[in-house]
Design a binder for this molecule. Structure first.
Ligand code: BGC
Length: 771
């Protein structure tokens, strides 16, 4: 619908109607007005599958008492939730590094939304993994903004291409789930731009999402779902985001302030908010124009999604279980495989022990609003058994459902392992209950599981550990076993995918989307992450994830980007050239082993010169996943933009590329370079304005300003024209004081602060015009 038509509809609406439109009709619908021809759209979670509760979009009124204790993921809630395909959660699918695969998942998700009449999916989740204790990290992709932004762009594009809207969340810096509706994050402008906003920026520019969800927290003292610079000036202003901002459920604390911050749709229904907004306009405390603007953006979203809905073809259910299995297999990361223990090749009469309660009751998805009522859950034990038809297979629980164990269970597991040729051990990590203190309390496996691994590996070294978790875990026991497969929460297909990988039907091809630390204490945000506080300083700044480990030289257990395969790959012919303002990189990839497999090509950039602002050692800038048959060779091309070489300079208030040499690196992971080539950038002009407190070093970098400065000294009578010479320059340039302090101490009051400040203003005018 055209802008003018929307304006006309708004002109016919009463203030009361408009403020009500600014909040939901109920928890999942926008408000409709039949007489005005305004329809309603239906929205629903979630991030790894559609979660929609039967009848939940109906009731407008619910008594306070009835609303108590609502859970999304207990048995009762699940029984009221429609069945849907449970795909790998965010941290799992990010480990596939496969944008085509996630695009296909997006198409299926859109199909399942359409089956239920859902116009907009509340996903993807794409906050940066700042710290592994954040409980909802399982819903988010990675510690890296490029991997996050690329995966999210692919799914947003494909869902929307099918006629269903997306609402990426939770914008931004929503990195603690304890006190999550009240915490204030203190973060530098540079970290904000380079790490926390960069993924969102990529999606806004690449995939044009129709909406975005503003988070519960504050950033630098401003409510993100209130009047704040980040939604208003950066998202809408600088990036030109023209979708609607939908607040997280219950995130708006002051609807008047939210209107000033361009928060459009306040979800869910809040009659008191609407009344408060109405009164504010009537009392002249809020310009009605701001309410009109919100209404216009909400209507734009509603009509756009309704137009898309009108194009929905006949809706047919597509069974996506096979895709869920494929996606699960691609998400898994093999991090250890001593003596090529995997793939297992069970021979007749061999004895295999399967251990661990989770073999039969897998942890395949996360909790809360991300929980999906899965259609068909593959149980690892059941999927493994057919491969062991000719073997002697035994099973022992090893630990109880809560992760604790008993002497008896350990004894059984040890006995089974001692008698077996090979041992498959299933373990996993639980999430805490979702309440106001919803962060993981540590990143260790439950004690009973660790005890079992230790006891079992004492009697048999041929153990493969299959570990499922939403986020990374400490693995101090890993050296005691031969192989470790990280499966994450990879959804309903996890059981089959584990079997396919263990027995070599497919090669593992996942790569770590997050660094696995040796210990929690080694993680970048360790000193400034405590779930139970309201103030969170992002003290590690831009050094999040691998950026920190590389810079500090801390060896993690496994680096970002790492993952093993059953075949081998080689790179050759790395070519780097400049064309039309882009840097074109090409590289040949060859499958040098004897199994067909997928492989991730990772491109990092490393500045080789001393840079003006400190920078990470290297940063991921592009990647591609390809499939190669044995002996097959493919050439891969990447186009790098200027921005890929840049950092954000808060003083310049822009991205700058420094002159110098950069290495273009094709890497095995963030620590290991396979092939590199260097390129020199002449750089863009970056002009940092001078502060009143600048030093001679900053001032004299601009020859024009240097000349002006000497003129100024002459004008002010501090020196004569002929005293402006090398001796003068030598005499002042050594000063470690700021120029103003130096003059103050040495000019006998001849140069007033006002005159000096005026000089700096003039100098900055000249600098601005240099652009
Ligand atoms: C969650 C969102 C979710 C919304 C609706 C909020 O509490 O943070 O991720 O989309 O509820 O369920």
């Amino acid at each position: 619908m055209k802008k003018e038509q929307i304006e006309e509809i708004i002109s016919k609406m009463t203030l009361h109607e408009k403020v009500l439109l600014c909040t939901g009709k109920n928890s999942w619908r926008t408000r409709d007005y039949e007489k005005l021809g305004i329809p309603s759209i239906l929205v629903s979670d979630g991030t790894s599958g559609v979660r929609f509760q039967i009848g939940s979009d109906q009731p407008e009124e619910m008594s306070f008492y009835d609303s108590l204790g609502g859970s999304f993921d207990n048995e009762e809630a699940m029984s009221r939730t429609y069945r849907a395909t449970c795909f790998p959660s965010g941290s799992a699918i990010a480990s596939s590094w496969d944008t085509e695969l996630i695009g296909e998942i997006g198409r299926r998700l859109a199909g399942e939304c359409k089956e239920l009449g859902i116009n907009m999916l509340l996903g993807p989740g794409m906050n940066i993994h700042r710290h592994p204790l954040t409980a909802r990290n399982f819903e988010y992709y990675s510690e890296d903004p490029v991997l996050t932004g690329e995966m999210a762009s692919a799914i947003v594009s494909s869902v929307q291409h099918e006629g269903v809207g997306t609402c990426m969340k939770h914008f931004a810096c929503h990195n603690s789930d304890s006190r999550r509706t009240r915490v204030n994050v203190t973060v530098s402008e540079r970290a904000l731009r380079e790490i926390y906003l960069a993924g969102y920026e990529r999606v806004v520019k690449k995939a044009h999402p129709v909406s975005l969800m503003s988070a519960y927290n504050k950033i630098n003292g401003e409510e993100v779902s209130g009047n704040n610079r980040i939604t208003r000036d950066i998202l809408k202003g600088e990036w030109g985001f023209d979708g609607a901002i939908v607040c997280d459920w219950g995130a708006v604390k002051d609807p008047v302030e939210a209107s000033k911050g361009c928060i459009d749709l306040q979800m869910p229904l809040s009659k008191s908010s609407a009344a408060y907004l109405e009164a504010a306009v009537e009392k002249g405390q809020l310009d009605e124009k701001l309410v009109d603007e919100r209404a216009a953006r909400i209507l734009k979203l509603v009509y756009q999604l309704k137009e898309w809905e009108a194009d929905w073809k006949e809706i047919q259910h597509v069974n996506s279980h096979e895709l869920a299995v494929e996606a699960a297999a691609e998400s898994m990361v093999l991090v250890q495989n001593e003596n090529h223990m995997l793939p297992l090749k069970p021979k007749q009469g061999q004895k295999i022990a399967v251990l661990g309660h989770m073999a039969k009751e897998p942890k395949y998805q996360g909790t809360g609003c991300a929980a999906v009522h899965a259609r068909q859950v593959d149980i690892p034990y059941d999927q493994i058994m057919p491969y062991l038809a000719e073997c002697e297979a035994s099973f022992a629980e090893g630990y109880l459902p809560d992760g604790s164990t008993t002497d008896e269970l350990i004894k059984e597991a040890v006995q089974a392992a001692a008698e077996a040729d090979q041992v498959i051990i299933f373990v996993g990590s639980f999430l805490p209950g979702e309440d106001d203190d919803y962060n993981r309390k540590d990143i260790q496996l439950p004690a009973g599981m660790v005890r079992m691994i230790e006891a079992v590996s004492e009697v048999n070294k041929n153990c493969v550990v299959v570990l499922s978790s939403g986020e990374v875990c400490e693995m101090p026991w890993r050296h005691r076993v031969s192989a470790v497969l990280l499966t994450w929460f990879s959804g309903e297909g996890m059981g089959s995918a584990i079997a396919e990988i263990l027995f070599g039907k497919v090669s593992p091809s996942g790569r770590l989307a997050n660094t696995v630390p040796e210990r929690l204490q080694d993680t970048p945000a360790y000193l400034s992450f405590d779930g139970n506080v309201y103030e969170i300083p992002y003290a590690e700044d831009i050094y999040v994830g691998y950026r920190y480990y590389e810079k500090k030289g801390i060896m993690p257990a496994y680096p970002f980007g790492y993952g093993l395969s059953y075949t081998t790959f080689a790179y050759e012919n790395l070519g780097v050239k400049e064309a039309d303002g882009q840097t074109i990189v090409s590289v040949d990839v060859i499958n040098t082993g004897d199994m067909a497999a997928k492989h991730v090509v990772e491109l990092f950039i490393e500045p080789k010169m001393k840079t003006r602002l400190p920078r990470p050692v290297r940063e991921l800038k592009a990647f591609r996943k390809i499939f190669l048959k044995p002996g097959e060779k493919k050439q891969i091309q990447f186009s790098l933009e200027c921005r890929d070489f840049a950092y954000y300079d808060p003083k310049v208030k822009d991205w700058v590329v420094e002159n110098g040499t950069y290495a273009i690196e094709i890497c095995h992971d963030s620590m290991n370079v396979a092939l590199a080539s260097e390129i020199t950038k002449s750089g863009e002009k970056y002009l940092v304005p001078l502060g009143y407190d600048c030093g001679f070093y900053e001032m004299f970098q601009y020859p024009e300003v240097r000349r002006m400065f000497y003129d100024f000294l002459v004008e002010q009578g501090l020196v004569t024209r002929d005293q402006v010479n090398d001796t003068l320059e030598k005499g002042i340039i050594w000063s470690f004081w700021a120029v103003r302090s130096y003059l103050d101490m040495n000019s006998n009051g001849l140069i007033s602060f006002e005159a000096y400040n005026d000089f700096i203003d003039r100098a900055n005018e000249v600098i601005r015009n240099m652009k």
